[in-house]
Design a protein around this ligand. Sequence first.
Ligand code: PLP
Length: 394
Amino acid sequence: MIYLDAHATTPVDPRVLDAMLPFLRDQVGNASSLDHAAGRRTLDAVDAARRQVAALIGASHKDIVFTSGATEADNLAIKGVAGSAPDRSERRGDHIVTVATEHRAVLDTCRHLEARGCRVTVLPVGADGLIDPAAVEAALEPRTILVSVMAANNEIGVLQPLAAIGRLTRARGILFHTDAAQAFGRIPLDVNAMGIDLLSISAHKIHGPQGVGALYVRTRQPAVRLAPLFDGGGHERGLRPGTLNAPGIVGLGAASSLAATEMVAEAVRLSSLRDRLLDGLRAAIDGVHVNGSLAHRLPHNLNVSIDGADETLASRLDGLAVSAGSACASGSIEPSYVLRALGVPAPRAHGTLRFGLSRFTTAAEIDQAIAIVRDGVERLRAERSAQAASVPRP
Ligand SMILES: *Cc1c(COP(=O)(O)O)cnc(C)c1O
């Protein structure tokens, strides 16, 4: 099986697994049970991971809160800000600005708050999938408490102009959250240079384990105040109670440290493989359309719509794991809301494939993948024209 679905999840790097195994096997210890050396060793490992994660975004290790993943981090950031806005202040904020192409973890969280009295502005994107900072600026109000714009999109891979947005929010004292699940460890991020106050991270998108992530929460200039999602203990500065997932956190730390040393070279390698994939698809198949800006894009992402294809294409490609651009919602097949936000017409959006290249993807696999997609599209087109021919003409 050729695995090209890295935006859904990535295989755990064997070096990450090696770092984790002692904490699943011999190294017993609760990171908050410090009356003995075993607990202290686990705490030391968690602290080392905290530094590894922080280093990748130019943050202090004190500003990293470990979570179960980016979904929880998004919830904690957005509900946390909304829940901590001072009640009795005359200037109580209640307005959030976000973008139509955000992950469900952000959009659904904003909807949840909207049902409880917050106002949410969901900004449109251009045909290239990018948000215009001027549109963010125009949406800001005196009562805006938070702007949430993702760093890189999970379907089309486009990179949003974080630094420009950070300058706008910083100038007005509005908090800036970014869901960086796809960007962390893939492209350089710097919370200070980009004016970011809250940043969501997931381990399993960067060859770490599933079920662990982090939220960067700025503690200085300004100190961000968050209401926790859970009650139950003082762990993680009181923001995320519960026994820490030490093996997972060690895995996230190891994955972050590998990304720190390998990210730049890996981006060069993966973007050249991605270009090979696109060139190969275009040469083998006519009617291939790239969705989203190619210039402002993750190195390992490709998202194309193919004329004459439909939502069944991805699941018909034997030996190739890629994702369709449609989500099956309550029995009916809905085209991706991300593609719809770009203005991609529904019929074209249905015939979409999302490719996510992995650290372990080879050029030979890319060439095989091109041939598998070409054959799949040819079969599908032949079936469709046979069906069309069998329809009795009036
Ligand atoms: C995968 C992903 C998430 C969810 O991350 P989990 O760690 O699986 O909860 C959130 N946002 C984006 C952009 C993602 O790609």
